[in-house]
Design a protein around this ligand. Structure first.
Ligand code: SAH
Ligand code: SF4
Ligand code: F3S
Length: 468
């Protein structure tokens, strides 16, 4: 932790008491924000209803694609006006932009009081306390060490909005060792560190006790969970520590559904695919990012799997669960991607019949290998390719959703509409969003729903049996 020059005086006799957290980026950031909220609640901070009434505003930022810093700077411009009206307001920038930009960001945006990278979340309370003691602006960046990862796991995160307590995220692994050539994550989150299975189970148990029925285990590469623990002797050698972890967590009786993401196909094994047959709680859905349908591009991306190997993994999954639903991530316009390479991606999407895709225009990230590659694809071409891919997937998703009409599906309900409390939202086992209307409290219930209608984004249904 580095202290910069002292700033204007903050009155310690009127302690700030309300925190507002804004979260961008992936689910890991959501889990980190929940942990930051829990840490600040231990310091007697309450969740602010709005940014206007906050004493501490935290921007938990994402650096994965273009304009990440620009977005933070423009948000800070607006917050500066708030701070002009309320000089006691503390502004913290956390997350991957904080780690990537570091002190430079603080110098460019003097409105920032506290800057902390994702590896330093546990230091938030002391940074805030030091700032309030007039010890100046606070910076904590750098990657999490094993001991810190262990310590932080003992704080049970709190739901951000106090709303959806049914489906919760649990970070099981920090960082990533893969260095795919386009990706900034190893630079913002450091190397892989797995949390001990006991603390993971403790967290899941705490969530379940407070009403959670679905848990998503999070990591950038969950399939390699625990390999570091085996290496250091903290975990007994095993055929697959992630498979072991899933088996153990699934045993928690009240837990209805257990999911995980992200699954890098490189480390995806047949025993993991077979587990979907063994453990019904895993559902019938997986997110398996492929990135491209061209072997030439996959090689330069350093994804370490071929298209054929990706198909092999899909075959393992379909063998375990014939109606397995799969979604994926795709990048268009990676440096050197030709029309022919793109055509291969298009054909893969057509053939794979994913339930949905997250598709992105390639964005060069400073420090990554691909940012230095020649043959960057021009913007017009990227836009065209992205639009073609999305139009194709829209047709597939609509067709799949319409095929659901008339089916009976098991749905876990997560939350009610704020506008109409009789409208409930949930997910099928295939991870399709479902909306129903019911006079009963459906939150946290898993019941059969008859699907009546469908569009591109969701299914509409009615309860098969009113007795729940
Ligand atoms: N760990 C996950 C990916 C996390 S990042 C995995 O390996 O599957 C989420 C997605 O963002 C990636 O799958 C990729 O499709 C996209 N992405 C990452 N870096 C990108 C970049 N520089 N430009 C465009 N998309 C990118
Ligand atoms: Fe990035 Fe690759 Fe690691 Fe995923 S596996 S976080 S894409 S480096
Ligand atoms: Fe973004 Fe960091 Fe997640 S860059 S995608 S918030 S790991």
């Amino acid at each position: 932790m580095i202290s910069m020059e002292p700033q204007k005086s903050v009155n310690p006799s009127r302690p700030p008491a309300r925190v507002h957290i804004e979260t961008w980026g992936c689910q890991m950031n959501v889990a980190d924000s929940e942990r930051m909220l829990a840490l600040m609640k231990l310091q007697d901070f309450q969740l602010a209803e709005s940014e206007q009434e906050a004493d501490l505003i935290i921007l938990n930022t994402c650096h994965i694609r273009e304009k990440a810093k620009h977005k933070v700077m423009s948000r800070l411009g607006i917050l500066r006006q708030l701070k002009d009206k309320n000089p006691g307001l503390m502004i913290a920038v956390a997350g991957c932009v904080a780690q990537a930009e570091g002190r430079k960001l603080m110098e460019e945006a003097p409105v920032i009081d506290i800057l902390l990278g994702p590896g330093k979340i546990q230091e938030l309370p002391s940074l805030v306390a030091d700032f309030r003691r007039n010890r100046g602006k606070q910076i904590a960046t750098g990657f999490m060490k094993t001991a810190e990862a262990k310590a932080i796991d003992f704080v049970i995160p709190l739901p951000l909005e106090g709303k959806n307590e049914v489906s919760r995220y649990v970070n099981i692994q920090q960082g990533c060792n893969n260095f795919c050539t386009f990706c900034v994550v190893p630079f913002t989150r450091g190397r892989e560190i797995s949390s001990p299975a006991d603390t993971i189970k403790e967290q899941v148990n705490a969530y379940v006790a407070s009403g959670a029925r679905e848990i998503t285990l999070l990591g950038q590469n969950v399939n390699s969970y625990g390999l570091d623990l085996v290496e250091t002797g903290a975990l007994a050698p095993s055929e697959g520590p992630f498979v072991d972890l899933l088996r153990e967590v699934a045993e928690i009786p009240e837990l209805r559904r257990l999911r995980f993401t992200s699954s890098n196909p490189h480390d995806f094994t047949k025993p993991l695919a077979d587990l979907f047959k063994e453990i019904p709680k895993l559902g019938k859905y997986i997110h398996l990012p492929v990135q491209s349908g061209s072997d030439r591009i996959l090689t330069v991306m350093k994804r370490k799997v071929t298209v054929a190997e990706y198909w092999e993994r899909l075959a393992w999954l379909k063998n375990a669960v014939p109606d397995m639903a799969v979604s994926t991530d795709l990048i268009v316009g990676f440096p050197g991607e030709t029309d022919d390479d793109f055509q291969k991606t298009y054909e893969l999407v057509e053939k794979a019949q994913f339930t949905f895709i997250y598709s992105f225009k390639y964005s060069p990230r400073k420090g990554t290998a691909a940012a230095r590659f020649r043959d960057q694809v021009d913007e017009t071409n990227m836009v065209k390719r992205l639009a073609a891919l999305n139009a194709l997937q829209d047709r597939i998703t609509i067709k799949q959703n319409e095929a659901e009409i008339g089916q009976t599906r098991r749905v876990l309900f997560h939350y009610a509409s704020q506008k109409d409390p009789q409208v409930y939202y949930g997910k099928t086992e295939h991870f399709r969003p479902v909306r129903i209307k019911s006079g009963r409290d459906m939150i946290g219930k898993e019941v059969d729903v008859h699907i009546l209608d469908a569009n591109k984004t969701a299914l509409e249904g009615t309860l098969v049996c009113e007795a729940v």
